[in-house]
Design a protein around this ligand. Sequence first.
Ligand code: SF4
Ligand code: SF4
Length: 379
Amino acid sequence: MQYVPFGKHGFDVSRLGMGCMRLPTMQQDGKTVIDREAAISLIRRGIDGGITYVDTAYPYHDGESEIVTGLALKDGYRERVKLATKLPIWLVKEEKDMNRLLDEQLRKLDVPYVDFYLLHAMNKDRLELMRSLNYRQFLNDALADGRIRHAAFSFHDGKEVFLELLQDYDKWGMAQIQFNYLDDDKQATEEGLRAAGKAGIPLVIMEPLRGGALANPPADVKQLMDSYEVKRSAVEWAFAYVADYAEVATVLSGMSSQQQLDENLAIFDHLTVGGLTDADKALIRELKKTYLARVPIGCTGCRYCVPCPNDVSIPSVFHSYNESAMLGQEWKHSWGYNNLVKDGHDASKCVGCGACEAQCPQSLPIIELLGKIDGEFNK
Ligand code: SF4
Ligand code: SF4
């Protein structure tokens, strides 16, 4: 395992972090619950293998993740790791809710303090809400009374909001962002990552494998990897890309099995900051280009075409379809599109009125595309 200083906090951290959002599960009374024995064994095996950073959150596994993470950290494991959990902002209606939720989380984890407490999934609206509820005072108090060691946030919005958020509080001890070689120009972006580094705020990375998609590349992307002189697995290329940044402290992986864990531990034995050569980086740019070239519909997501009188979520339909094609996934299994079907916003609801096409600056043949997408889904 490789270790780096966690910013200027005075301790080192493992480059691989244990994400506790995809722990092993089992069926119990018709419900999916965490397989506690397997999960505790997995977390402890990770720590025994060198992991020193463990991340959970209030909603993971319907609230069970914090409890099981706390159990896994018994028997001397707590002292060996930095522990992070997150404030579920969507449950915060008034100022006192923040204290109540933090206390509840400490009880569930059965610990007197957490090392990192994150405002969960911050975006523009949540920043406004947190400001209106005086979040800085809450974090200052929790830092002062010792319930949290470092204040932080996780983030899902655009670069401008990220830059604003970095400046909004002078005690941020970390920021957690979604970052991988396919998405380095989205959300916080590489520019935001660099800005955090300049501001002395270390980063924790989530979705380095884009929810696992980068672990199973389509044939053309795989071929490109295989033809390169340095042999790395798809997973290793994705991890190597984020681990190369000096601004990145820990890279989270939500592991579900011992096999995944062991593979990841082996990879992080040798991933160092600045370990990629210029040729390696050029290959990664080619991988990204190859993925993007697979996108079939030139929809920019501008949303000029909506609302549709028949409630078709046109940009979301195209986005799901493009994602699926880009990643080489089976269209029928698109999680995003299946949700649109469930909510009645899918392509099948189009009646061909034509109102959308006149609004599209890309002159996309929307009706024809929706018909094709629906046809392929129902094939
Ligand atoms: S053509 Fe279809 S998608 Fe476009 S506005 Fe009419 S019903 Fe909606
Ligand atoms: S107007 Fe055209 S480009 Fe814009 S979101 Fe709709 S389909 Fe996409």
